[in-house]
Design a binder for this molecule. Structure first.
Ligand code: HEC
Ligand code: HEC
Ligand code: HEC
Ligand code: HEC
Length: 497
């Protein structure tokens, strides 16, 4: 009797296992990537829509970078006016474009729109006009590799931003990161290849996992425009300053050695460095990078739809997608992981604001010292401190996500900045006393963006009027020319045979 029951149970179990196995096999064949190309994607096809014909899932998810509904404690895709949130920045950037207008980065799909709208690019009236060089287009989209291949790299960087306005119209898309022939990840920006060369490394030796970060390092890095490259004098050539290393001190030394300054500060007259966005460099110092995690693991995790697994091309804050982005590796609840992120960001912000306060005071006090007749010789060591202190502040603040990517390093860098900025103010107090000013320097009212901009002498209304005129007159011409160019590209269907 017992044996009979066991026999029947075994038969049923075997039957059920068989069913399960056949359903798994079915699923597997369902999930197999059935790739049927519809169009022949041209070598430098900048329009992601055309690529989307062949890769609809990647394309559909890429389109979602237009979403602006997510805001986190300090990131997200919503428009955030950084100067409004923290008017101290207006003073820190006095004399430089970022004091006019500074919005936090949002989705890749806005790259073109946002650079056109920014007051930093001014209101050019035509070719050869406006404050920014053509080089500023380099991180904005897949027309860049197209035009570079047509006219050459140095020729691309040459001239004004407005000169290439009708060329660069498609926002960051497929051709920025992929080879259309085999869809492999591809480095399309020469500056990254050249930076590897300068370090004695060959980027072609990068592993697949490294490539999943390096495609981002084409843009999310520190850079400057070198106008003295042999053979390319006068061209603002894009360079990543990594020759001596990527640490905050290494890049500072690189810039000090060539006496480079992004601008001269309007109040303190300091030869300043602008940290652009050393996201890759700072990320490399964190624990995730150390364990071989790539940018794409968190910002472009896998996603499943209809039994198919593919890479989610909605590049965004991972906090809006924690199940796929974090919980693929971590077992903790998403609320707990979110709290981990916020805690690191809050703690970094706490000291970063203290450093900002010191730097604002140092700029204003240095301005006072000049007013009282300080000499270049007296000011030199002070300005060097201000330069180094603000470089550390900016390296921490502008390296988007770094207070999470690498909290320990960011803590160290801000700590170093606090020390240097405090040192500048000790020197300033002594100098001011020597100059007969033995009391605190009066601080301006910078409690709002408007007040701070007024204090540094910016005429925002004029800048806005120039921008409006640009949008009314020149921009429509760019759009027209771009449309005419793209209408001429023939996209061939792939014939089935
Ligand atoms: C372990 C996961 C992880 C990895 C790996 C990672 N990031 Fe992040 N990243 C985050 C988190 C979490 C944030 C904070 C998002 C927020 O505050 O909303 C963030 C923020 C950012 C931001 C700012 C986004 C915003 O909404 O403000 C950028 C840009 C960014 N990361 C780029 C990169 C790049 C480039 C790399 C690779 C060099 C990288 N990240 C690697 C998790 C990651
Ligand atoms: C061709 C240059 C370029 C490349 C390549 C690039 N980015 Fe960006 N990224 C940008 C620019 C420019 C912005 C800001 C766009 C804006 O605000 O208009 C941005 C914004 C972002 C944001 C903010 C989005 C949000 O919703 O807050 C994240 C996160 C990000 N990038 C991560 C990445 C990651 C990860 C990679 C690599 C897989 C990458 N980026 C590759 C240029 C680039
Ligand atoms: C910022 C860089 C970036 C951009 C822009 C980008 N991709 Fe990708 N793509 C990646 C990364 C990273 C992967 C993962 C590659 C890997 O691990 O092999 C990927 C993977 C893919 C794959 C392989 C299948 C898969 O889903 O993993 C396809 C197909 C693809 N992308 C299509 C596109 C298309 C179409 C566009 C434009 C609509 C696009 N990509 C834009 C970075 C990018
Ligand atoms: C591909 C795997 C992977 C992904 C994806 C990933 N992590 Fe991690 N994370 C790790 C590893 C590995 C460590 C190192 C600690 C360890 O070995 O346990 C780590 C460490 C951490 C730590 C502690 C280190 C520190 O900085 O203090 C936090 C917090 C963390 N991860 C949060 C996140 C969050 C939030 C996300 C999603 C945005 C995420 N991780 C995505 C693998 C991953």
């Amino acid at each position: 009797m017992k044996n009979k029951v066991l026999f029947v149970v075994t038969i049923i179990a075997v039957f059920l296992l068989g069913l399960l196995a056949s359903s798994i096999i079915n699923r597997k064949s369902e999930a197999k990537y059935e790739y049927v190309p519809k169009v022949d994607i041209g070598e430098n096809e900048p329009r992601s829509k055309v690529w989307g014909e062949n890769y609809p899932q990647e394309y559909q998810s890429w389109l979602q970078t237009a979403d602006t509904t997510f805001a986190s404690f300090q990131g997200g895709s919503a428009m955030r006016d950084v100067l409004e949130e923290d008017p101290r920045l207006v003073v820190l950037f006095a004399g430089y474009g970022f004091s006019k207008d500074y919005n936090q980065g949002r989705g890749h799909s806005y790259a073109i729109e946002d650079i056109r709208n920014s007051l930093r690019t001014g209101g050019p009236k035509g070719e050869g006009d406006g404050p920014m060089p053509a080089t500023c287009w380099t991180c904005k989209g897949p027309d860049v590799p197209r035009v570079m291949s047509e006219i050459g790299v140095a020729e691309f960087y040459k001239g004004k931003w407005a000169d290439k306005g009708e060329e660069i119209v498609n926002p960051i898309g497929c051709a920025d990161c992929h080879d259309p022939g085999n869809m492999k990840l591809k480095i399309t920006r020469p500056a990254l290849v050249e930076a590897f060369d300068a370090m004695g490394k060959d980027i072609n030796q990068a592993t697949h996992q490294e490539m999943r970060s390096l495609v981002c390092a084409q843009c999310h890095v520190e850079y400057y425009f070198n106008k003295n490259l042999p053979g390319k004098e006068g061209v603002p050539y894009l360079v990543f300053p990594w020759k001596d290393g990527m640490a905050v001190e290494d890049m500072e030394k690189y810039y000090d050695d060539i006496a480079f300054a992004d601008w001269t500060h309007k109040i303190s007259k300091t030869p300043m460095l602008k940290a652009q966005h050393p996201g890759y460099e700072t990320f490399k110092t964190g624990v995730h990078a150390d364990r071989g995690v790539s940018c794409a693991d968190c910002h472009m995790p896998y996603k499943s739809e209809g039994g198919q697994k593919f890479t989610d091309h909605h590049v965004q804050s991972p906090l809006n997608n924690m199940a796929n982005a974090c919980q693929a590796c971590h077992r903790e609840e998403s609320t707990k992981l979110m709290e981990n992120v916020y805690e690191r960001q809050r703690k970094a912000t706490e000291n970063r604001i203290k450093l900002e306060d010191l730097l604002v005071k140092a700029h204003v006090e240095a301005g006072k010292a000049w007013e009282l007749g300080a000499t270049d010789e007296q000011m030199k060591p002070i300005l060097q401190d201000i330069r180094h202190g603000q470089w550390r502040w900016d390296y921490s603040a502008a390296s988007h996500g770094a207070s999470f990517h690498s909290p320990v390093e960011i803590g160290r860098v801000i700590g170093g900045g606090l020390d240097i900025a405090a040192e500048a103010r000790v020197k300033l107090a002594r100098l001011l006393a020597d100059l007969g000013h033995n009391k605190p320097v009066e601080m301006p009212d910078i409690s709002s963006k408007e007040k701070a901009q007024k204090y540094i002498g910016l005429d925002i209304e004029k800048l806005e009027a120039e921008k409006e005129a640009f949008k009314e007159n020149l921009l429509p011409k760019w759009m027209e020319a771009a449309k005419a160019r793209e209408d001429k590209i023939e996209t061939k269907s792939v014939s089935m045979n």
